[in-house]
Design a protein around this ligand. Structure first.
Ligand code: DX5
Ligand code: ZN
Length: 218
């Protein structure tokens, strides 16, 4: 599977967000990871609709929107309308509404992703395999950038890929949190193919960092 880098703008310099997104595009990354936090599902609050619709006007990158909000169903159509390409919501935040959330994301014309926190077992995903386009395994506790990769995540990625393969599915597996160029091969070898990176992209030169993550020479 082709490896895709999805730089997380949570780590960007918001004074020059537009310029940095253009550099992300030039660097060869295909996705842009957009973390929406509501201060309820996670302790922090990031940014929401006005920021996304504004950057959509200047960028044709694939908008990978990661909703860390309670009852994501409430906002599916809104995020689709302002330009999300993929909407990923948390299983833990959508109790009793998972199927409807997936269906509404698809009806709105977007790809649907489902995410689990570090403490949620992979088995909780079983009913939804084959219904979503992407599975996001959180490799840190959601809420903040710049944390350390949780080593137990590797086994969860491997297990998820195994469950998918057993069912003849080639669903994307995304990983998010604490990924650096030093151990990116650990997660790709375990079966992840969409790699979120915040600090590892925006700290220093975006172009050099993306190339390093992609395993290219500068
Ligand atoms: C954490 C967010 C991540 C974060 C990753 O809750 O979902 O997308 O920006 O940042 P790094 O790569 O710095 O861990
Ligand atoms: Zn994220």
């Amino acid at each position: 599977m082709e490896m895709i880098i999805s730089p997380s703008i949570l780590a960007a310099d918001f004074n020059i967000l537009g310029e940095q997104i253009q550099e992300v595009k030039r660097s060869g990354a295909k996705y842009l990871h957009i973390d929406v936090m509501d201060g309820m599902f996670v302790p922090s609050i990031s940014f929401g609709m006005p920021v996304i619709s504004s950057i959509r006007k200047q960028s044709d990158l694939f908008f990978d929107v990661h909703l860390m909000i309670v009852e994501p169903l409430r906002y599916v159509e809104e995020f689709a309308r302002i330009g999300a390409d993929l909407i990923t919501f948390h299983l833990e935040a959508a109790e009793g509404q998972v199927e409807e959330t997936i269906n509404r994301i698809h009806q709105a014309g977007c790809k649907a992703g489902i995410s689990i926190k570090p403490a949620t077992p992979v088995e909780a995903l079983l009913p939804w395999l084959g219904k979503v386009d992407l599975i996001l395994i959180m490799t840190v506790e959601p809420g903040f950038g710049g944390q350390k990769y949780i080593p137990a995540s590797t086994e969860k990625i491997r297990e998820t890929r195994r469950l998918l393969t057993e069912r003849g599915l080639s669903t994307d597996i995304e990983v998010d949190g604490g990924i650096t160029a030093d151990h990116i091969s650990l997660v790709t070898e375990a079966g992840a193919n969409v790699i979120v990176a915040g600090s590892a992209v925006f700290r220093g030169s975006i172009t050099e960092n993306v190339h390093r993550l992609l395993g290219q020479r500068q």
